[in-house]
Design a protein. Structure first.
Length: 465
């Protein structure tokens, strides 16, 4: 057995191995020398990348895909109880491990940073991974999206630092014992698992409670949910709390954020000194993510000026305001935003980056029936920030339909807020619709956590016709 592989992870089988969180763990295990296998619903670049590393990846789910000698079966909360491979695991008495437990086992013995929050986790984790790599620290990392540079969401490094995206959606982030925890924000989301903000606060308190004695919490001084959480956590003797943000009392105070096209220049006041660095993605919210990353690295003892310079090497994550291309003078950009706060932040960022006189057009695909049921009004209001929007049907992901919950709820709210909205039920018709709306200089934003991301190349192709 190769060093660094927990015994139960020697021959793991991943159900849904192509998922963002699952594939990262599978990649790290493969790189550490484990015999990794798994299955996914469809062929993908991720599946091909895993095979290139030596993993066995089956397409489709079948009991025969699970090898008799599998040491464990790894699942996420999205895997249904009637999955045939899960049933086969029960027949063979193969242990079933949640992906969060698998990730926690990989972080054991390393200095870990766990990045949490309702929004911004992937970006902040990625910024740290890039900066620490740039500084030659060779970190391990597991991220919920592919870095634009290396093009991967995970890496087994030789260094002693592990940076991980910590998912609050199913409370799985409570499994980690980080040296540094980051809480970017705390808002009500994932309505199938949380019924109130009180439950959100309790969950985050449990997460922070797992920080090792003498460890550090880096937390926003601006976002109301984070401020409330910090007040609840104050007084914990074994925890150092470092705040960041525009608030004058923040330990890492954001003095100025200057937009420069598709980049930003950030100036912070840290330990009595001003420090200025560049963030190579647009928008104030991404600048604040970078400041959180800076504060976390400093908490590990890395010099601030070195980190600031290295953070400038970050060039983005796929699906986080990722430029897909330009055709006929129209730029097509992809956004993963699916919560109203994220939608608003990305739309405001693109509005600030747009040339005078250009229009901002959005193709929005709602994600999850439960989220739409709770936040349709706020989603519609966010779309009013665009000049015009196309709204698709709800992407169900792991959920079954809810009677009466459709994208029409969002469309009605958007129109009530004064937005120009077009409903399109056939996704294949979107390129033609967008081509009829867009003109030279315009920005088209494909937005949502589902397969709306696939439309970018097709829109570009139609604009070229």
């Amino acid at each position: 057995m190769a060093p660094g592989i927990p015994t139960a992870m020697e021959r793991p089988h991943f159900i849904g191995i192509g998922g963002a969180g699952m594939s990262g763990i599978a990649k790290i295990l493969t790189q550490r020398g484990a015999k990794v296998a798994g299955s996914d619903a469809k062929e993908s670049e991720t599946a091909q990348a895993l095979r290139a590393l030596g993993a066995t990846v089956h397409i489709g789910h079948a009991a025969t895909h699970l090898a008799d000698d599998a040491s464990c079966v790894v699942v996420s909360s999205a895997i249904r109880a009637d999955n045939p491979e899960l049933a086969r695991a029960a027949e063979l008495s193969v242990p079933v491990v949640h992906r969060s437990d698998a990730l926690a086992s990989l972080m054991g013995g390393l200095r870990s940073i766990a990045v949490a929050g309702t929004h911004g986790k992937t970006t902040t984790t990625s910024m740290l991974a890039v900066a620490l790599t740039e500084l030659g620290l060779d970190p391990s990392y597991a991220i919920g999206g592919d870095l634009a540079g290396p093009g991967t969401n995970a890496q087994h490094g030789a260094g002693d630092i592990f940076v991980a995206e910590a998912d609050e959606s199913d409370r799985s982030f409570q499994k980690y014992d980080p040296e540094v925890a980051i809480v970017l924000n705390a808002e009500l989301d994932h309505h199938a698992n949380y019924s109130s903000m009180e439950e959100i606060y309790e969950s985050f308190e449990t997460f922070v409670g797992k920080v090792v004695p003498g460890g550090t919490l880096v937390i926003s001084a601006d976002q109301p949910g984070a401020v409330e959480l910090a007040s609840r956590l104050s007084g914990r003797s074994a925890l150092t709390i470092v705040t960041y943000g525009a608030d004058a009392t923040a330990d890492v105070c954001v003095h100025k954020v200057t937009a420069r096209g598709l980049t930003s220049e950030v100036t912070v006041l840290l330990d009595g000194r001003f420090l200025t660095f560049t963030v190579s993605v647009p928008g104030r919210h991404y600048a604040l993510n970078a400041v959180a990353a800076l504060a976390a690295g400093v908490a590990l003892g890395i010099p601030a000026h070195n980190l600031a310079s290295a953070l400038g090497k970050y060039t983005g994550v796929k699906r986080r305001l990722q430029l897909k291309g330009e055709a006929a003078g129209v730029q097509v950009i992809d956004s993963y935003a699916h919560h109203p706060t994220e939608m608003t932040a990305d739309l405001e960022a693109m509005r600030a980056a747009a040339a005078p006189g250009s229009r901002l057009l959005v193709v929005f695909q709602p994600h999850l029936f439960s989220r739409t049921q709770e936040l349709a009004t706020e989603m519609g209001q966010a779309l009013a920030l665009a000049d015009a929007s196309v709204v698709l049907d709800i992407y169900p992901a792991r959920e079954d339909p809810v009677p009466g919950v459709t994208s029409a709820l969002i469309i009605d709210a958007a129109k009530a807020a004064g937005a120009e909205v077009t409903a399109v039920h056939d996704k294949s018709a979107v390129p033609e619709v967008v081509a009829g709306m867009a003109g030279p200089g315009d920005l088209v934003l494909t937005m949502g956590a589902g397969d709306v991301t696939d439309l970018g190349p097709h829109i570009l192709a139609r604009l070229t016709d």
